[in-house]
Ligand binder design. Sequence first.
Ligand code: C2E
Ligand code: MG
Ligand code: MG
Length: 796
Amino acid sequence: MNSSCAHSSTTPRGAHKSAASSDNLAPQNQLFLSYFFTWYRRHRRVDVRCACVAICAGFGALSLCLLIPRWLQLASGAPQGKVIGIACAAGAVLTALIYRTLANERAKQAAATELASALLDANRECMKLIDLDGNMLRISEYGAGLMDAESPAQLAGAPWLSFWRGEDGAAARTAFAGALAGRRTAFSGFAPTATGRPKRWDTRLTPIKDEKGRVIAVTGASLDVTSHSDLLAQLQAKNELMSEMEAHVPLVFYSYGADFKSFHHVSAGCFKVFGLEPAQLLQHPSAWMEMVLEEDLPLVRGEMDRIVSHSVDGRVEYRIRKADGSIRWLRSTGYPVQDEAGTVLRIIGITEDITAEQERIATLDRAAFTDSLTGLANRAALFREIEARCAAHTPFGLMFVDLDRFKVLNDTLGHVAADRLLKGIGDVIKDALPPDAYIARLGGDEFAVLIGSMAEKTGLEAVADALLVDLSRSGRDDGAGTFVTASIGISLYPEHGANHEALLTSADVAMYAAKKAGRNCFMFAGKEAAETIGDFELERDVPEALASDQFLLHYQTIHEPRTLTVHSAEALIRWQHPRRGLIPPGVFVPILEETGFIADVGAWVLNSALSQLAQWRGLGAANLGMSVNVSARQLRGDGIVWEVERALLKFGVPPAQLEIELTETALMENPYHAQKIIAALKALGVRIAIDDFGTGYSTLKYLADFAPDTLKIDRSFTSKLVSDPATQTIVEGIVDLSRKLGIKVVAEGVEEQQQLDILRDVQCDFVQGFFLCRPQPPAELERMLHVGADNQTIGA
Ligand code: C2E
Ligand code: MG
Ligand code: MG
């Protein structure tokens, strides 16, 4: 404190005295100083200056002692030797006394100086000595460094008060005035360093007084608190920011005791989230828990216990009922704070209101699990529901409902009407089923139903029956005789599977089996249905079959009945399947129709048949006709017309030699459109035959509407010709009527001579059947007919 004046001639003494005599000096300090001085004195060396002064004083004393007795002797006549001895003794004593006094005083001064500089060195403050005019007489070495000065001398004499400005200047002047008045004073403020860098200082001023208590100087100790104050400012700014955030965001920041009995901190957001003031929670820490819905409480408590007992982060979503009765969703996140031993001291975390988020999720969830067209559950929702029911281990039935020939309807009705139809079907299904049935649309024309109340077979049979009846009754008459039927496959939990995949596959297989069994019926999953699984294989294998030429055509001849001359050949498709061998069209054509592959395969048939015809024509069968079967699906759109025209041109076949066979059923699916296509084909010069005549719902009216060139009487008539006179009459009537309409008649399925005879009798135009020729590969047919070598019998 006093070190900066160590080199001054007066101040060290004053300072030392001031420090030593200060009433305020603590006893410990006095003890410390006395110990230091004693120790210092013990270690001091012989002081030469003191010794010289003392010796001079001694000589002086000796001289005096010698002169004084001489004067006395002159007066009294005392002996001279005695006087000299006394004088020497007095000089020696005096020399010793003076030396001791001087040495002591000097040691004290040196000790004070040493102590002062040691303290100064240890002091991390800017120490300075200020005179009564406010000028800095001295500044400590360390202080000069703090003041960015090159040396203490740079600041010596500088007016200390001029470093302070504004309010800080006023505070400095007040403090200095106080010190001049004899008081210790202190203040805080900013003052620039020698380089102009502002720093914040905590300054203490201490007056230095002389023996009479007059202030002779002031010491200043300034602590550089710039970094502290910056830190404080930062902390304060952060604190303010935190408080602002806490106050404005709808979140509660909390610090909860590990026993959950008290809060250390609850942020202002508490009011927004819980409707409680933070103070309320601090006073009554369980107030928030009393708002949690009873069913969610175990969840919340469980998570709180888990955080503390396992010392892990936790998160829980739960609902509260606020004072106004509204239910809010909250999410609380908690993190355990541990001591070094790993004991959880408190839980800090955040609670936020996630009601909006939950509502959004619910909306998305609804959208994600709802079929937009029908409003029914969608595929994903069905999967979820099946899994939930499987998890509950309660038996239920799954019905897979697929509309029959929907693809036809879709194409003929157009998408808008088809969508309307599907929507209506959803309603029909809903109405036909028990109230607890879970209905979903899987996409397209596929629906699925879960029935828990009648999970046994008989109950499900009754439901499926009722559903089929309702669906067919709901048939939509669009003026062209369109009816809706469905095929249903049923699987049972747990009999046919324990998850959605297994149950849906089983029901799907059963549905295909139902389709194969003639459509508009239902079938349970099981062995019978599984046997039709091959159909799935076939469906899957179609693209590969097309790519690797697994389809082939056999040809069956059509004859003139009397001469048996071959009039034409009918192309009949087969599938040479790599694993299943030769598959007849009855097995895979329906699949092709259902999947839409019939378009590609049909085009292939047309081209192959005409290519073959062109080849035979080239071999001499110039008049041979070729019949090609075209399915209903191929009639949609007008692609077939364009395809036929292109193929005829490509192979150079006269149109009249091509006959397109259309089944009654195909024509019935959309008679109006079929009529247009037929007209277009006929315009090309191509012949039209109605195949399987007599098996469908068609009436003779269609003969007028479609004006076919040929009628092919179905073999079910031919087979009864011999045994059933009525059938014979019908066939005779058809032949008569057709002749009058200019339509040729072919009798299919002639298997025996008698049938041929009758057909000859009724003057049927042509005959076809195993009795005459089985469908054969082209090479066989060529051999049989001697094409090239003798072509007299064909194409006559
Ligand atoms: P379809 O057009 O009526 O063809 C006649 C069917 O009767 C052929 O069966 C033929 O083998 C069979 N058949 C001929 N004579 C007799 C007989 O005397 N007795 C018996 N029991 N059957 C006889 P296939 O070849 O199995 O064809 C079945 C059906 O598949 C065809 O009936 C036709 O509707 C369809 N089909 C065949 N090829 C194609 C094709 O390329 N495209 C389309 N869309 N359908 C085709
Ligand atoms: Mg045919
Ligand atoms: Mg036929």
